[in-house]
Ligand binder design. Structure first.
Ligand SMILES: [Zn+2]
Length: 232
């Protein structure tokens, strides 16, 4: 079995149970009573049983995206990013040290970092303008994923293209956040937009040896060629 598919399916069957009064725990969804067994895991993988409509099952995985990016997205959907609110809950940082690294003055949570931050949130405006979709951002990351990939209709190639861009954006935002926090260096949102373009092309080229297009910064030509690849 393809390693990517195997990893995807294994991650799909685990859920993170967060309980404010107890220690967080992982739940093996196919059998929450007996738990994970070799027999149960084998049967699940053979049946390719994916829970329809479960965002955690679908959002992180895209055939053109590197596994490290999918794992990063999977951790995001499960609220496992080491954002400051999560670090505070674990007692790593104090209550007065949980502000967003952008300087916006708000608490750093995954929903804030990805959607609501006045600084990082501007990347979505640039992205939407670039790909030509328009929508109002919802409150939660999972809703944001669903809304973004369907913002150009439900046509499968459209969803695939926007899915790739969404994963690329959250990868760029998380790395920018870490660079600002640990290296004290900041890119502008326009520079982050260029990174999204560059990474998406690299990922496509890595999986498609004959992919014929080059990177055209500051031009809608690149977007048009990407859309052509996805048969839009
Ligand atoms: Zn912020």
């Amino acid at each position: 079995m393809d390693v990517f598919i195997l990893a995807k399916n294994l991650f799909c069957f685990w859920s993170l149970m967060i309980n404010l009064s107890e220690t967080d725990a992982w739940l093996w969804r196919p059998d929450s009573i007996v738990g994970c067994t070799i027999r149960g895991a084998y049967q699940m993988l053979m049946r390719q049983e994916i829970h329809a409509g479960d965002v955690a099952s679908d959002a992180p995985w895209h055939k053109n995206v590197p596994l490290k990016v999918s794992i990063c997205a999977w951790r995001l959907i499960c609220n496992r990013w080491l954002t400051k609110d999560n670090l505070m809950r674990r007692g790593v940082i104090t209550n007065d040290n949980q502000l967003c690294i952008s300087g916006c003055g708000q608490q750093e949570t995954i929903d804030h970092l990805i959607i609501h931050c006045n600084i990082f949130g501007d990347l979505w405006k640039l992205i939407k303008s670039w790909v030509g979709v328009y929508s109002v951002d919802p409150h939660q990351v999972t809703d944001h994923f669903n809304q973004f990939i369907y913002s150009s209709g439900g046509y499968a190639p459209c969803r695939s293209f926007l899915h790739l861009i969404w994963l690329c954006c959250i990868w760029v935002i998380w790395n920018e956040r870490n660079q600002r926090l640990f290296a004290k260096k900041a890119n502008t949102m326009v520079q982050l937009l260029e990174k999204v373009k560059m990474y998406s092309l690299r990922w496509l080229k890595a999986k498609n040896v004959c992919f014929p297009f080059g990177y055209q910064a500051s031009s809608c030509l690149f977007r048009d060629r990407l859309m052509f690849y996805f048969h839009l």
